[in-house]
Structure formats: structure tokens, C-alpha cells
Design a protein around this ligand. Structure first.
Ligand SMILES: NC(=O)C1=CN([C@@H]2O[C@H](COP(=O)(O)OP(=O)(O)OC[C@H]3O[C@@H](n4cnc5c(N)ncnc54)[C@H](OP(=O)(O)O)[C@@H]3O)[C@@H](O)[C@H]2O)C=CC1
Ligand SMILES: O=C(O)C1=N[C@H](C(=O)O)C[C@H](O)C1
Length: 267
């Protein structure tokens, strides 16, 4: 008997990423676009180029989906985690700008369904995280670490989710808590750079899809690890890989590193 196609729902279906995910799902084998939801509504309409409905309420989207992919905006993640729990539907969260309470809501939902959350679904960035952790482990405190990112003018959160993940990776490599060493903005007479600080710098402009640099600087040399995304379909394809993963694993809270099973240096 033929296997049933996996039904995928999209939160933020009219946005840049939502439309990219719809295109990837529509072209993929074994997947069917169940429907979408967007802040502006449009219930009763169909997602462009597909027969999939735009639904009116979030609970309804989770009911008609096996897995829901969320690329929306900060502020609704806890509600989406709650809807995933109630429907026992897997959830893939790509939205960035999450707060500590959003993460707590995802942790709670992970007790009853599969949750994959990542600030970046690209293979390259997830490898960059592992490389950053390793470099931070090897290089001592006499190497300063700053993370530079640039995105398009429409991005609403800063630093980017990716920059924060890279900061977490650097902090992990150093064996410190990022919150205690992070400097997310510099302005005015702020004094010399504290030893051990992990800094962030944010650039915004034009149509830049997503660029990140992790800069390790000592008195005598500089190591720069960088990544540039060439298109959004990259993230959409990674999110769909995560959705297939989420549909097959037990309840739990997963990262893209779990999905890709990325291991470096025996970690
Ligand atoms: N993890 C990853 O790999 C990636 C993550 N992202 C993240 O994904 C998110 C979306 O990015 P992008 O597509 O560029 O943004 P867009 O603004 O283009 O799209 C987001 C869409 O979601 C809608 N929306 C906002 N809140 C809700 C809600 N509560 N319920 C339903 N729909 C909602 C918006 O409507 P309205 O415009 O009316 O507010 C908009 O149509 C961002 O947080 C971004 O940082 C982006 C790329 C890759
Ligand atoms: O808003 C975006 O566009 C992107 N957001 C993600 C982030 O915050 O890191 C990922 C990607 O860089 C694009």
C-alpha cells in the first residue's frame, strides 16, 4: 500500500519564507501542502499556485497538518507551541527574536510532541556553529570574539537568530554563559573591551539575504569564519528536511544539529 503523504502547514504563509517553503513543499515527493495562515487573514483564499487553503485560526491549521512550519514574527511562538501540544502535531520553528519565555514554551511543548527550532536551517551555518565552538575552545581569552551580521532592510529583530546561535557556540567553546559576557551594542564612551567579551554588530540594508562573520582577533593575527546565504530557498529546503525529521522522531525538543547529526571533534 502506498504511504500517505506528510501534510505540511505553514504559519506566515504569505511572507518571504512562507512562500519559499510552499514552493519547496509543492515540488517535494511525499509531502502535501495542507494549508497556511497569515496575520493578514485571507481565509477562504488558496495559497498561490496551490489548492491549499488559507485557514482562519491557528488550531485549525494544526488539526489539518502532520507538521507545521512557522516562519512568522516574534510574539506568537508560545501560542504556536500551545496549539502544537493540543493537536499533538509536530512543529518546526524558524522564526527568530525568541525570548526566554518562548524557549520555555517550546521546551514544554517538547514534552508531548516533536519540536525542532533553529535560527538558521542551512547546512553551512550549522557547520559554522561547530567550527566556531571548536575555535573558541582552542583559542584563549587573548583572542577577542565579535560576531558581525548583515540582513535586508525588512528584518525586525537584532542580533539575528543566527548571530545569537553563533554567540552561544562561542560561549560553549569557552565554557562560559553567553548572557554574562555578551555585548549586543556599543555606543559612546564605553571603555576598553573587557577580556572575554563576546560582541555583536548588526548591519541592515537592501536585499541582503543573510551574512555572518565570526571574528577571532589577537594582537598579532585575525581568524575570520564567514557564511553567506545566496537565496531563501536554502532555508526553506532545510526547514522541510527538519519537518520530515520531526514527523518521525518521538516527542522532544530538537535543534538543526540533531536533524543534520553534525558532529565535529568528537562532540
Ligand atoms: N531559521 C531560519 O533559517 C530563517 C529564519 N527566518 C525568520 O523567519 C521569520 C520570517 O521571515 P520572513 O519570511 O522574511 O518575514 P516576512 O515578514 O516576509 O513574513 C512573515 C509573515 O508572517 C506573518 N505573520 C506575522 N505574525 C504572524 C502570526 N502570529 N500568525 C500568522 N502569520 C503571521 C506576517 O504578516 P504581517 O506582514 O502582516 O506581519 C508575514 O506575512 C523571521 O523571524 C526571520 O528572522 C528567516 C529566514 C531563515
Ligand atoms: O530574517 C531573515 O531574513 C533571516 N533570519 C534568520 C536569522 O535571524 O538569523 C536567518 C537568516 O539569516 C535570514
Amino acid at each position: 500500500m502506498a504511504e500517505q503523504a506528510l501534510r505540511v502547514g505553514i504559519i506566515g504563509c504569505m511572507g518571504r519564507m512562507g512562500q519559499a517553503v510552499a514552493a519547496v513543499v509543492t515540488a517535494a515527493d511525499g509531502l502535501v501542502l495542507a494549508g497556511g495562515i497569515d496575520r493578514a487573514g485571507n481565509p477562504g483564499q488558496r495559497l498561490a499556485g496551490t489548492g491549499a487553503p488559507i485557514v482562519a485560526d491557528i488550531a485549525g491549521l494544526f488539526e489539518i497538518s502532520d507538521v507545521v512550519i512557522d516562519f512568522s514574527a516574534p510574539g506568537s511562538t508560545a501560542a504556536h507551541a500551545e496549539a502544537a501540544t493540543v493537536a499533538a502535531t509536530a512543529l518546526v520553528v524558524g522564526t527568530t527574536g525568541l525570548t526566554a519565555s518562548d524557549h520555555a514554551a517550546l521546551d514544554a511543548a517538547g514534552k508531548s510532541t516533536a519540536i525542532v527550532q533553529a535560527g538558521n536551517f542551512s547546512l553551512g551555518v550549522n557547520l559554522l556553529m561547530a567550527l566556531t565552538e571548536e575555535a573558541a575552545r582552542v583559542l584563549g581569552d587573548d583572542w577577542d570574539i565579535d560576531i558581525l551580521e548583515m540582513h535586508h532592510r525588512h528584518k525586525v529583530d537584532a542580533p539575528s537568530g543566527t548571530a545569537l546561535m553563533l554567540g552561544e557556540a562561542a560561549a560553549k567553546g569557552r565554557g562560559v554563559d553567553l548572557d554574562t559576557v555578551a555585548c549586543k551594542a556599543r555606543d559612546g564612551v564605553i571603555g576598553e573591551r573587557p577580556v572575554g567579551e563576546i560582541g555583536f554588530a548588526t548591519l541592515r540594508g537592501g536585499a541582503v539575504i543573510g551574512e555572518h562573520e565570526v571574528i577571532f582577533a589577537s594582537d598579532s593575527e585575525r581568524l575570520v569564519l564567514s557564511h553567506k546565504a545566496e537565496n531563501r530557498s536554502l532555508f526553506a529546503k532545510g526547514a522541510v528536511v527538519a519537518a520530515r525529521f520531526a514527523a518521525t522522531v518521538p516527542a522532544g525538543r530538537y535543534s538543526m544539529q540533531d536533524v543534520l547529526k553534525l558532529q565535529l571533534g568528537g562532540q
